[in-house]
Design a protein around this ligand. Structure first.
Ligand SMILES: [Zn+2]
Length: 289
């Protein structure tokens, strides 16, 4: 159990996919609107995977089944009643790496067309071993020209070189996951020196077997996660859930994982503070009533 001083703290979550936040019962309700019958049991079955590619398959299945286009204004309106308690949302438009640069450019264009102040960044997720990093340079140039912050998933299932490339070629400001850095001490120094945060999602790394891959073994458990090592090296960390419904986790549970990993109350406090430091957030205060 987390100490109340940590559990009650305001926290920002910086790596949270909309699609991965949909609980099984809601998936059923959404698919039913389109005349598709999907049982909760089927969704729960789909929400269990052995590896990263199986997880990506489930993600695609989820998008096909829902056939729902995100209505950002509607979601923001639904969140409005919670604003007085400190809830505030910004959006990152996330392209799928294996779909290539043209599709990614269309995502940037979609962000431009939405013209919402709540869209603050562009990123890329998906299979980082597919399309080479340099192919996305024009896409990131365009995103930057539109005033969007630059993010990417890197060093999740790929090696540390994917993180370096993202920093050097795409000039990204935050790295999704980035746990491969543990295999490259010079890269850890670079991340710490340049204050480039890793959006660390421990439970996700276990469920997709990304951590096992980085540790070069068949299985890994949460107790082996490098979160404390990365943090104590001076790398900024934004602790997150990634896809909480699909990975059966919550943000508070991720703080509990950090505690289980031996992080002290002061370190947990620092994690919560840092989550706001790198949130691309200007107008809103971090204090909750
Ligand atoms: Zn992600």
């Amino acid at each position: 159990m987390l100490p109340e001083t940590i559990a009650s703290l305001p926290k920002a979550e910086l790596h949270l996919h909309l699609e991965g936040s949909i609980q099984p019962s809601t998936v059923c309700a959404l698919t039913a609107r389109h005349g598709l019958e999907v049982t909760e049991q089927e969704v729960r079955h789909r929400y269990a995977y052995q590896n990263f590619l199986e997880f990506l398959e489930t993600f695609k299945w989820l998008l096909r089944k829902q056939r729902v286009e995100a209505n950002f204004e509607a979601i923001l309106a639904a969140a409005e009643p919670f604003a007085s308690r400190g809830l505030h949302m910004n959006w990152i438009f996330d392209a799928v790496r294996q779909f290539g640069p043209d599709a990614a450019m269309r995502v940037v264009d979609a962000a431009r067309q939405c013209a919402s102040k709540s869209i603050v960044a562009f990123g890329i997720g998906g299979d980082e071993l597919s399309v080479p990093t340099k192919n996305f340079r024009p896409v990131y140039d365009r995103a930057g020209a539109l005033g969007l912050h630059r993010l990417i998933h890197a060093g999740e299932v790929g090696g540390p070189e994917k993180i370096r490339e993202a920093i050097e070629i795409l000039e990204v400001e935050r790295i999704g996951h980035g746990i491969a850095a543990i295999n490259d001490p010079a890269l850890m120094d670079l991340l710490a020196d340049r204050r480039i945060p890793l959006e660390v999602c421990p439970q996700s790394n276990i469920r997709t077997a990304a951590l096992a891959l980085q540790l070069r073994r068949d299985k890994a458990n949460i107790g082996e996660h490098p979160l404390p090592a990365l943090f104590r090296h001076g790398i900024p960390i934004a602790l997150s859930t990634d896809d909480p419904a699909m990975f059966h986790t919550t943000l508070v549970r991720e703080y509990e994982h950090a505690q289980q990993l031996g992080m002290t109350e002061n370190e947990l406090l620092r994690l919560a503070q840092m989550s706001f430091d790198f949130a691309f957030e200007r107008q809103h205060s971090r204090t909750a009533s």
